[in-house]
Ligand binder design. Structure first.
Ligand SMILES: [Zn+2]
Length: 559
């Protein structure tokens, strides 16, 4: 018996590995939600270099504390994987932000402030105003001139369908009484026949094209600003649904300042010339992540519901069935081409007719090329026909939805839903339907169209209420999803959507150290916590990309 014990002890000693290399930092005493279905919760995690060295119990993680390891007390706070925004457009220039301005006076004061802060810009540009701010009056150049008249001013509305120009901008662009009516647009005219300053649809371009393109320096500064914002909202990865200004991103990356990982798409074009294909392949080869990665192409199948340009199977309540940008044949041929080349295809499709066309093209490409696992995606996928829901899982197509779209704001209730009618409205942006159909659903924001703050998007998906709490029961509340489902779509599922599930998306030892520490446990208690919770710390690649001063009040150093 004694012999057996000593034999076992010897065996154990022989089998026990050398002491593990100490971690750089360990985070203890937390509530760690890992997004890993096998081990959803842990107490602590350890970071070594850019990777997670351990995720587990306090005791397991403390094994990695060495003499130089920093120990941080989470004080029971929630840790989750860093958020991954699967559909957004990061590089938005630093223009006057008119979003949410409630009155003309507020628009004017924001423009004045922006003009004062940016004396170097020859034009004052902005975006995000809404017609509601003008209190029933039509916006005019005079509204802008009252704020800034010594420089041309050009501001676009939130949806990008209208713009206002001041007198100087109209003069510089040569828009006068004589300007003919543009196709698909309108120069709104006053009693004297002259332009009032309001420009609708394509008419906006008459002035917009005179705005000088941003310099590389302006783009650089804007990117740095957006990266700071993204990190402050807990984003550690973004998937850019439009072409990126590559030199600017590479410059920031070379400086070590790329605070989020970027998956960039290239334009999906029919009949891509050979030299362009070579460039696409080259970018995919030279940029393979984990910081900057190429591999997808993005195209548009239709427009948007609000403008009745999304392609629908049954007419809108006010008539029309929208518009398809591609014929079935042309799309099938083009998708098959990229599928054969191994590119992931992202198709913008909002209406059920366009969604079906996209799914048909994916099915046909897989059949023609004998390919599988390409993880092609439908972007927005707002109003899918129920018959098409099972096809997402069957074809392995990712539903790339935008959490904030479930927020029943004024436009949704007064324009969007009435256009669709109650039956289609009840299943629009119904994230539950994709979950129930077993589809992989990746959440994004569609910033700058909607806010970048992922937690607020999750609140919309979980409550289907506005931030003000309306309607109290939620808008079509049967489509609400749980907080954990929303978190999963913004982490693990979004990582899958860019083929990165082996390196990120869950908090697992050996994967990238991308995570956030929140001020409140959003997984329990009222969903309003998703609105009030602050991101105290964002870690990407093992480094702090955002940290609030009071993130760790009770901080200890070693042991
Ligand atoms: Zn978009």
């Amino acid at each position: 018996m004694k012999l057996l014990f000593s034999c076992l002890a010897a065996l154990a000693a022989a089998a026990s590995p050398p002491p593990p290399e100490p971690a750089d930092r360990v985070f203890v005493n937390g509530r760690v939600w890992t997004a890993d279905a096998e081990h959803p919760w842990a107490q602590a995690l350890a970071v070594r270099g850019p990777l997670l060295a351990a995720v587990g119990t306090e005791a397991e993680v403390r094994l990695l504390v060495g003499p130089r390891t920093e120990v941080l007390d989470l004080a029971g706070r929630l840790v989750t994987p860093g958020f991954n925004d699967a559909h957004m457009h990061l590089l938005v220039l630093d223009e006057a932000d008119l979003d949410g301005a409630a009155s003309v006076a507020e628009i004017q004061s924001r423009l004045r402030e922006y003009a004062r802060a940016h004396p170097e810009r020859p034009w004052v540009t902005g975006r995000g105003w809404g017609f509601g701010a003008f209190g029933g009056e039509a916006p005019t150049a005079a509204h802008l001139d009252a704020a800034v008249s010594d420089r041309p001013v050009y501001v676009r509305d939130r949806d990008g369908h209208s713009a206002i120009a001041n007198r100087r901008a109209l003069a510089l662009a040569g828009v006068t009484r004589e300007t003919p009516k543009p196709e698909d647009g309108e120069v709104v005219r006053g009693a004297d026949g002259g332009p009032t300053g309001l420009l609708k649809e394509s008419a906006a371009g008459l002035v917009g094209r005179h705005v000088p393109p941003p310099t590389e320096e302006e783009q650089y500064r804007a990117l740095k600003l957006r990266l700071d914002q993204a990190a402050s909202y807990g984003l550690t990865s973004i998937q850019n649904a439009s072409t990126i200004a590559l030199p600017v991103f590479e410059r920031v990356m070379a400086e070590g300042g790329l605070k989020v990982r970027v998956y960039a798409s290239l334009p999906l074009k029919a009949d891509l010339p050979a030299e362009e294909l070579a460039r696409y392949r080259g970018l995919r080869e030279t940029h393979r992540g984990p910081l900057l990665k190429f591999g997808s192409v993005k195209g548009f199948l239709d427009g948007v519901i609000d403008a009745s340009t999304a392609a629908v199977l049954e007419p809108y309540t006010r008539g029309g069935t929208g518009h398809l940008n591609w014929t079935d044949d042309e799309l099938r041929r083009t998708v098959a081409f990229y599928d054969r080349e191994g590119f992931q295809v992202l198709l913008h499709a909002c209406g059920d007719r366009a969604i079906r066309q996209g799914l048909d093209a994916y099915a046909s490409a897989a059949q023609a090329n004998h390919t599988h696992g390409r993880r092609h995606r439908i972007e927005h996928v707002e109003v899918a026909d129920p018959a098409d829901l099972p096809r997402f899982r069957a074809l392995g197509v990712i539903a790339s939805t935008q959490a904030f779209f479930a927020s029943p704001d004024q436009t949704t209730l007064e324009n969007y839903a009435p256009l669709l009618g109650p039956v289609r409205a009840s299943r629009s942006n119904a994230f539950k339907l994709f979950d129930d159909a077993g589809a992989v659903q990746a959440f994004g924001s569609d910033w700058p169209v909607f806010p970048m703050r992922a937690l607020h998007g999750m609140y919309a998906a979980v409550t289907r209420r506005t931030a003000a709490g309306d309607p109290p029961g939620g808008w079509y509340p049967e489509n609400r999803i749980s907080v954990e489902a929303a978190l999963r779509h913004f982490t693990r599922d979004a990582a899958f959507a860019s083929f990165d599930e082996a390196v990120k998306g869950t908090l697992t030892a050996g994967r990238l150290a991308d995570f956030v520490v929140l001020s409140e446990d959003v997984t329990s208690g009222p969903p309003e916590r998703l609105l009030s919770a602050r991101v105290l710390l964002t870690v990407m690649d093992g480094r702090d990309t955002h940290r609030e001063p009071d993130a760790f009040p009770a901080r200890t150093s070693a042991r």
